[in-house]
Ligand binder design. Structure first.
Ligand code: ACO
Length: 705
């Protein structure tokens, strides 16, 4: 990252507005007015061919006429003039362009957009936009945009792909009381993208939480890499869920993928916390910008009302933070701060009689106790208590505890007085929400951040027993024979080169050979037609299972060839595959797609009807190390089946995790060749008995034209 250039673009010390105007209603007028109204302290240089004065500032015909240095140029002239303006800015030594103008790739003018970036890069400039609102920064008192005013000051920064949404969020920061230091509109992302902004905001001393509104990413891998490296929490709202490629996908996995699941997987692998909608983005941003991560699973809830306590308990389960009873000693101590009929279990119900003293004492004790990893305090407004007084008690208890590495969130349910008390709490750094559910959700964001971040280590250990050259030799042979499909035998050879446990399969060209191979493998065997032109072997009558002796093998060989010929007389038949008949166990499926955004991505799920009907599958961007693969196994609804449900023996999850990890390595190493693949069915045996891949399929990328 070129820090100096990005600082010039995103924290400019001087700004030119190219296309500045004295005519109210024009964007070139509004941007100058915004800078003046935000009391920007650096020099502002309006640029307009007419020169003269604009809104009381001296205007220059070109940036080349400006006497001082210019860090950033906000460009508000029609798109067709932007390349020329970029050239002049380059000659002037401007560091970055804030291209507010629309009319580029979003309307199909990709070449014009590329031209602007190319010119800018020739001069070492970076480009934000085009098609953006601009940038806003409270620290720099800089509103270089046509958004009406700077946002409510705070510790988060927002990067938005949508300009309109950024403007809308700017105004609503005041209503929602969620503060931001910077708002960055990135529009078409011709040059500066989310990955750049994450890297830059991670080192920005005025940002504690990075909030993103994303419609789509270009370079998903770089985004993941920078998100993974970031020390600050990142929370993202992703819109534009499409059935991306699903309809066209040739394999099972492709049709189950769709970008939403892949995005979800990639974000959690990269340590990014997800938001479900705009409200949720604000709520989670508030907690992540004010509070430390929640590093353990023990959430304690303190309340004065049973009803809100139960609601919060339900929410905790919903957000994957189920409550546990506090240890006896904690309960005994808390019992001292409530009436006889209160409850010290979890939620801790101080009852409607609770005033400041009980809230303060129980908060003080619970917050400091090592068993408690996070605290949610609920309060229902009563006639006997003053919400502000309760808020001050909570704040005093937190301060007195001296704890700074543990999160707290609050929900006051009531009227005006509760609202005012919550505003005060937020100003004191304690996130406060008017719904118990929201407070618990905010706490779960702090838990998600800690969980995802600790899981987000990139896998690095090389695998032994991998022969990439052997796999590539098979692919080269297929490629050399024209645009044909990879056969099952070839797919299995590639799998075997990655140390994957494939059922023993051998190719027979004659009836005698088939009988000899069947005897060698050991009855019972399975026999299948092998032809790049017959992918749906069963439909062609090309599969016979449970072959028990030489006579049956002879008969099956003949029948399979006859059926294949009847199905497709033109098919190029390589022979008949004789395969060991794997004993039955638990059936699972592995698959891969080469995702347009994230590259090789792997799917895992239970096989058979589970995948067909329940679609109980989970995705990960490859590669995946063995411990991450184990987490993947635990991530499906049917996980208890592998763990050994209802008296069944546990399945060999360790062997399966190794298979997943090797498979993920294969699709990464061969990502330039493999478009999709699957292993279906894969049979998993009892612990210590391993895994057997019964059928394997690889679909190559189309040949480059
Ligand atoms: N250098 C300097 N000034 C110039 C140049 C030049 N090369 N060429 C023209 N100008 C001046 C013009 O003379 C004019 O000044 P004036 O008012 O004194 O005459 C000023 O620059 C603006 O030029 P116009 O031709 O009047 O352009 P206009 O203001 O109508 O539109 C704009 C320009 C705003 C860039 C428009 O083309 C555009 O892209 N609008 C959409 C912007 C947008 O919405 N972006 C955000 C998308 S996100 C969202 O939707 C919220």
């Amino acid at each position: 990252m070129d820090l100096e250039v990005l600082n010039g673009l995103l924290r400019p010390k001087s700004i030119a507005i190219v296309g500045a105007s004295d005519t109210p209603g024009k964007i070139g007028y509004t941007v100058v007015r915004s800078l003046l109204e935000s009391e920007y302290e650096g020099p502002i240089y309006p640029i307009n061919p007419k020169g003269g004065e604009i809104q009381g500032l001296k205007a220059y015909p070109s940036v080349l006429d400006v006497p001082g240095e210019i860090d950033a140029a906000a460009i508000v002239v029609p798109a067709r003039f932007v390349p020329q303006v970029a050239k002049e800015c380059g000659e002037k030594g401007v560091k970055g362009l804030i291209v507010i103008a629309s009319g580029f790739s979003e309307v199909g003018l990709d070449d014009l957009e590329r031209e602007v970036v190319e010119i800018s890069h020739q001069y070492g400039m970076r480009v934000l936009g085009p098609n953006i609102v601009g940038i806003l920064s409270n620290t720099d008192k800089c509103n270089a945009s046509f958004a009406p005013f700077l946002p409510l000051p705070g510790k988060a920064s927002l990067v938005s792909q949508s300009g309109a949404l950024l403007i809308a969020m700017d105004a609503s920061t005041y209503i929602r009381r969620v503060g931001f230091d910077k708002l960055i509109s990135i529009g078409n992302m011709s040059d500066v993208n989310f990955a750049d902004c994450i890297e830059w905001l991670d080192q920005d001393e005025n940002t504690e939480c990075i909030s993103l509104y994303i419609e789509g990413l270009r370079d998903g891998r770089r985004f993941m890499e920078n998100a993974r490296k970031a020390k600050k929490p990142i929370v993202a709202l992703k819109s534009g869920v499409s059935a991306h490629g699903a309809a066209a996908a040739a394999s099972h996995t492709g049709s189950l993928a769709g970008s939403e699941k892949v995005y979800d997987a990639a974000f959690s692998q990269a340590g990014v916390v997800m938001a479900s909608d705009l409200n949720n983005l604000f709520d989670r941003t508030l907690a992540l910008s004010l509070q430390p991560p929640m590093t353990g699973d023990n959430l304690l809830i303190i309340t004065n009302g049973g009803g809100v306590g139960v609601l919060a308990t339900d929410s905790a389960e919903r957000y994957d933070l189920p409550l546990h009873f506090a240890p006896e000693e904690v309960q005994a101590e808390l019992k001292k701060h409530m009436p006889e009929f209160g409850s010290a279990k979890n939620p801790v119900d101080l009852t409607g009689m609770a005033g400041r003293e009980w809230y303060q004492e129980s908060t003080h004790y619970a917050f400091a106790h090592p068993w408690v990893d996070g605290l949610v305090i609920l309060y229902c407004e009563t006639a006997m208590t003053d919400p502000q007084n309760i808020a001050e008690g909570i704040k005093a208890a937190v301060d007195a505890s001296g704890i700074t590495d543990k999160p707290i969130a609050v929900s006051f349910v009531g009227g005006e007085r509760s609202e005012a008390a919550m505003r005060w709490l937020v100003e004191q750094g304690i996130p406060a929400y008017n719904e118990p559910d929201t407070a618990v959700n905010a706490m779960s964001a702090l838990r998600d951040f800690a969980r995802n971040h600790s899981m987000a280590e990139a896998p690095s250990e090389p695998l032994d027993g991998v022969d990439e050259a052997a796999a590539r030799a098979v692919i080269a042979k297929v490629r050399a024979e024209g645009d044909r499909n990879v056969t099952e035998m070839e797919s299995k050879t590639i799998f075997t080169a990655y140390g994957l446990p494939v059922a023993t399969s051998k190719l027979a060209s004659t009836e005698d050979e088939a009988v000899a191979l069947a005897a060698e493998i050991g009855y019972p065997v399975v026999m299948k037609i092998l032809s790049p032109d017959i992918l749906h072997k069963s439909d062609a009558g090309g599969v016979k299972v449970g072959i028990d002796n030489d006579d049956e093998a002879r008969e099956a060989f003949g029948t399979i060839l006859e059926n294949a010929k009847a199905y497709n007389a033109e098919a190029d038949v390589h022979g008949v595959l004789v395969q060991e008949m794997a004993p039955w166990g638990t059936e699972v499926i592995l698959g891969s797609v080469n995702d347009a955004t994230f590259g090789p991505t792997m799917m895992f799920g239970l096989g058979g009807i589970f995948v067909e009907i329940l679609k109980d599958v989970t995705f990960r961007v490859a590669p995946v190390a063995e411990d991450q693969a184990l987490a993947m196994l635990a991530g499906i609804n049917g996980a208890p089946i592998l763990e050994g449900a209802r008296g069944e023996a546990p399945r060999d999850r360790k062997a399966l995790a190794e298979v997943l990890s090797r498979y993920s390595r294969m699709i990464c190493d061969l990502a330039d060749e493999i478009q999709e693949s699957d292993a279906n069915p894969v049979i998993v045996y009892e612990e210590g008995q391993g895994v057997c891949i019964v059928d394997a399929r690889i679909i190559l990328k189309p040949k480059a034209a």
